[in-house]
Write a protein that binds this ligand. Structure first.
Ligand code: AMP
Ligand code: MG
Length: 506
């Protein structure tokens, strides 16, 4: 398997994409070569200059008519090999044998400035052989949402796919009403999902499945290439990445909303910001997605669902493992059973950081302290983000912002605060440093649902991108509190949050 970048000697003019398409090259049979549909009147709505720089692209070149043509699917950058990837997936627990890129195309891969291989894909670029009844299109609002939340997650330090650009197509798309259409350029460590493995496992084609596993190992876990049990170790690595990822989601109150196996990456990046939302008043049962009627993907269910999805991944690997089938089952089961412990390790480390605790005490005691705090936040309907952020001044002996936030329940906090302070005292850090450390672990700005909706409404209904730009700027620095951005730190009125619903379908 050759994933070494091939260097192109002839520099291409324009935005400077230098593609090296390992997926197209190594995985024939896993995709259908396909062309994007033309956009009648493409207009660049947003370009991610920082990401363009990371990718070694010429941002100015991307804003020219030639660049915008590439970002809309009207023209292909030199070296692109557009293709629709095949995948299956468990959606809300039921198996769908044929999903695949129904409105997305992988253009190819580039090697970024740090030497990382990144997929460049279009989303909303028209029908493909996997479109089923869909139109292959995307609407501007959800595309901007994916852009905004992806950037917010990135700034929060959470692994995520990111948006390079949003182009309005000039073509309306029919949802419940007619909406402006758009194409998102998505950048990912790869688009290989648990569902990609499921697709080929269901066909019982061991040769293809092994090719996929080898490809993924070379791409995401090159250290395992020569491991005698490399598929089992791949499972362990994917479990570890997901344990870490979901712990990070939980640390900011992020509810993915549609954790189907086709939306779980092998790379460990968050993907598909369809119906996602952030919890405000802390509630493990929080669900916002209009289609998640049973709360399968509620905030507090996410770790268990991740493990469930990983079990589906493990099943696809069974036939690749050495030895009799029972032994293979035993081996993957042993890895899967460690998931809760691995999750807890990540969660404990994060909660310690959020509470400003060092690693010197018994982790079980620290976890109990964290759980008790979460219980208080839940009982008194305290905003999750601010509930943690206001611990920073409290660590430097100023309780008043926290008490003000908790309001009538503040008295109930007193015994917990005393316990927490006692634990803090076991570490030699001066209060100022402690406060700063807690601020670094607890964002003050997250993409609050009402702020996101306001920004998208202005952009889509009034063609006013200013609120979107403003919110994006706020979210790019989520840890530094700024008086001028105070409104973005405030939760929505509880009644508004109670009625908030999100929808699938970018
Ligand atoms: P998602 O819920 O966005 O993860 O998508 C689930 C599946 O539905 C994937 O196979 C998508 O490609 C497909 N899909 C979603 N929306 C559309 C659309 N408008 N047209 C065609 N396929 C779609
Ligand atoms: Mg998806």
């Amino acid at each position: 398997m050759n994933l070494e970048p091939r260097l192109h000697s002839d520099a291409t003019p324009g935005p400077g994409f230098v593609f090296d398409n390992s997926y197209a090259r190594e995985l024939e049979g896993f995709y259908v070569p396909w062309q994007p549909s033309p956009a009648p009147a493409p207009r660049l709505v947003r370009l991610n200059h920082a990401l363009a720089g990371e990718l070694g692209l010429d941002a100015a070149g991307l804003t020219t008519p030639e660049g915008v043509a590439m970002l809309s699917g009207n023209a292909l950058p030199p070296g692109a090999q557009p293709l629709a990837q095949a995948y299956a997936g468990h959606q809300f627990g039921g198996y769908s044998p044929q999903l695949g890129d129904g409105r997305a195309l992988l253009l190819g891969e580039v090697i970024d400035r740090q030497g990382r291989r990144r997929d460049i894909a279009l989303k909303g670029s028209g029908r493909t052989p996997f479109s089923r009844n869909g139109d292959g299109k995307a609407a501007l609002g959800p595309v901007l949402r994916e852009y905004l939340i992806g950037e917010a997650m990135h700034a929060l330090g959470i692994p995520t796919t990111r948006a390079l650009a949003v182009v309005a197509t000039g073509e309306p798309v029919r949802r419940e009403t007619l909406l402006p259409g758009a194409v998102l350029t998505r950048v990912a460590a790869s688009h290989v999902r648990v569902g990609t493995f499921e697709f080929f496992a269901a066909q019982q084609d061991m040769a293809l499945l092994r090719r996929l596993a080898d490809y993924v190992i070379a791409r995401h876990d090159p250290g395992l290439v020569n491991h005698p049990q490399r598929e089992l170790e791949l499972l362990r690595a994917v479990c570890e990445r997901q344990a870490s990822l979901v712990a990070r989601w939980m640390g900011v109150g992020f509810i993915h909303g549609v954790m189907n196996t086709d939306n779980m990456t092998i790379s460990g990046e968050t993907i598909d910001y369809g119906p996602c939302a952030f919890t405000e008043a802390y509630d493990p049962q929080a669900v916002f997605s209009s289609i998640d009627t049973h709360g399968r993907y509620a905030l507090g269910n996410q770790p268990a669902i991740a493990q469930w999805n990983l079990a589906r991944f493990a099943e696809t690997l069974l036939s690749l493992l050495d030895g009799p089938p029972e032994a293979a089952v035993e081996q993957v089961t042993a890895v899967l059973e460690k998931f809760p412990t691995r999750y807890e390790a990540h969660w404990t480390a994060m909660m310690r950081a959020k509470l400003g605790l060092d690693e010197l005490a018994d982790p079980a005691d620290d976890l109990a302290l964290a759980s008790d705090y979460l219980r208080l936040l839940h009982e008194h309907k305290v905003d999750f983000t601010l509930g943690f952020r206001r611990l920073a001044p409290a660590a430097a002996d100023d309780d008043s912002p926290l008490r003000k936030l908790v309001g009538s329940g503040a008295e109930a906090l007193t015994p917990w605060l005393a316990r927490w302070r006692e634990r803090l005292c076991s570490s030699p850090l001066p209060p100022v440093a402690r406060r700063a450390a807690i601020e670094r672990a607890n964002p003050i700005y997250i993409p609050r649902n009402h702020c996101v909706e306001q920004a998208l409404t202005a952009a889509v209904e009034h063609d006013d991108l200013a609120p979107f730009e403003r919110l994006l700027t706020v979210l790019e620095r989520p840890y530094d509190e700024r008086a001028s951005d105070a409104e973005f730190a405030q939760p929505a009125p509880a009644e508004q949050t109670a009625c908030y619903r999100t929808f699938c379908g970018t």
